[in-house]
Design a protein around this ligand. Structure first.
Ligand code: FMN
Length: 199
């Protein structure tokens, strides 16, 4: 995580709040599109989510944007495509993903723990300004929203959507121990359409 960039984003936000022209306040470097190969070399396919945490962002059909923290999922390939897999519970972000079939995953390399804890414990169903309240900003990845404070991000198109249930599990301890107290996840396997370096 680039601290200078985070400070710039914060200052740009303050300047905007004080009435500066959008985009004129401070020059925050724009996200740079990178090859899938560079992205795959830079993001840990397992710990990118598990240990380092990530944010899943989606824009609904009315234009509304929301984000949530995600720790389950990974990167790989299927059906001759580079894919990103995530497991999303019955959250507001899931409603927006299902409206458009697209989402982005922002990877933080272990930074922004406090901000991601906020995103992961509050819901956009109740807080329409949840991303700003978390102290985070949006980045524009060719028309798709991601979180500007991250290191890398990918834009994903859903290929497979499967709502999990007890009968899917060969290992019965998972529905018992993990899903006993929470709603079932939807497994999304999505094509990585584009990859970006944010900082
Ligand atoms: C570290 C961390 C990891 C999380 N990982 C996931 C995940 O992989 N899948 C999921 O459905 N929820 C996960 N959550 C919970 C959601 O981020 C949380 O329920 C969030 O408030 C949903 O936001 P929303 O209602 O605005 O969509 C995680 C939360 C934290 C703090």
């Amino acid at each position: 995580m680039n601290q200078t960039r985070r400070n710039l984003l914060r200052l740009a936000g303050l300047a905007m709040a004080a009435g500066a022209m959008p985009g004129r306040a401070l020059a925050v470097p724009a996200p740079r599109k990178v090859s899938i190969e560079e992205f795959a070399r830079s993001v840990d396919p397992v710990d990118g989510l598990a240990r380092n945490w990530s944010a899943v962002t989606a824009r609904g059909k009315s234009g509304e944007v929301n984000a949530m923290t995600a720790g389950w999922g990974g990167l790989g390939n299927a059906w001759k495509k580079p894919v990103c897999t995530v497991y999303i519970g019955p959250h507001y972000t899931r409603k927006l993903i299902d409206e458009t079939g697209r989402f982005a995953v922002t990877y933080f390399e272990g930074a922004c723990r406090q901000e991601l804890t906020y995103l992961g414990t509050h819901t956009g169903a109740e807080e329409k300004d949840k991303i700003a309240k978390a102290g985070l900003h949006l980045a524009d990845l060719g028309g798709h929203p991601a979180i500007a404070e991250g290191g890398f991000a990918c834009v994903c198109r859903v290929l497979l959507r499967h709502e999990l249930s007890a009968k899917d599990f060969v290992d019965a301890s998972i529905p018992r121990d993990i899903y006993g107290s929470r709603g079932w996840s939807v497994l999304y396997c999505a094509e990585i359409e584009s990859a970006w370096k944010l900082s």
